[in-house]
Design a protein around this ligand. Structure first.
Ligand code: G3P
Ligand code: MG
Length: 252
């Protein structure tokens, strides 16, 4: 069942499908799509052998049936882990996807991806470089699909992504993620020529919105799971938000 009225692109399904499906899996993206989302956030890192894939944490412990740091794992083994059972029995055996599988989903569905660059420890620049290269290459081959938005809490990762995009004359948007808003963070985003600043929704006030907009950037907020908060922030002019609650946009 596909929603008759898809949500506008201010609404991002957090980690693919919010809390309705195991985060950062293809099942999550399909769940988010059928709920009506057309914009999706997910977390991207590198396997030991250089494959880009989706996982939020530094370790496999919370969201898979494997244990330990993710960094040493090769893709041939990662793709065999169960990234679904932790959520619920009906997702048992759901594998973690490669970035390429998620890009295939975006092409098939014609949807917008926010690829949050989530490097393994010490791999910031290499991961930013790799994600930007793949996203730029993919976007050039899929001109009718919105160009992926690349974000990160890691400034070195975004600097590396910026360098790739500039070298390739690729017009993919960047966003700097910060836990706390500050004038310094905004200046850093401007220096990166970022399209947006992404921050915790508790940081969003009329003053922060005015400052970010005056600098020519957009402001988006994570992770908004309360209806009244979403309504207020959007009314104040927030440009986008990430939610775990797939029913939240309905009627707003
Ligand atoms: O990209 C928005 C949000 O996902 C950032 O926080 O920890 O959920 O990746 P986190
Ligand atoms: Mg994220």
């Amino acid at each position: 069942m596909t929603s008759q009225t898809p949500f506008d692109l201010r609404w991002f399904a957090h980690r693919g499908g919010g809390d309705a499906a195991p985060e950062n899996t293809l099942a999550a993206f399909e769940t988010g799509f059928h709920a009506g989302f057309r914009a999706f956030e997910c977390d991207v890192k590198r396997s030991a052998d250089g494959v880009l894939w989706l996982l939020h944490d530094d370790t496999l412990d919370r969201t898979t049936d494997a244990r330990g740091p993710a960094a040493p794992w090769r893709w041939e083994n990662l793709q065999l882990v169960d990234a679904g059972s932790w959520h619920s029995a009906r997702f048992k055996g759901e594998p973690p996807p490669s970035l390429d599988a998620v890009l295939d989903f975006a092409a098939r569905r014609g949807v917008w991806l926010n690829l949050e660059i989530k490097p393994n420890p010490g791999e910031d620049a290499a991961t930013g470089d790799a994600v930007a290269r793949r996203a730029a290459q993919w976007s050039a081959a899929h001109p009718s699909v919105p160009a992926p938005l690349l974000s990160s809490f890691s400034h070195p990762a975004l600097l590396a992504a910026r360098a790739v995009l500039d070298a390739q004359h690729a017009d993919l948007p960047l966003a700097l993620l910060v836990e706390a808003y500050s004038a310094q963070a905004l200046a850093q985003a401007v220096a990166l020529r970022a399209q947006a600043l992404h921050t915790d929704w508790r940081q969003v006030t009329p003053d922060t919105l005015a400052a970010v907009h005056a600098a020519g950037l957009k402001l988006r907020a994570y992770t908004v799971n309360q209806r009244d908060v979403a309504q207020r922030l959007l009314a104040d002019g927030l440009d986008g938000l990430f939610t775990d609650r797939l029913e939240l946009p309905r009627g707003l």
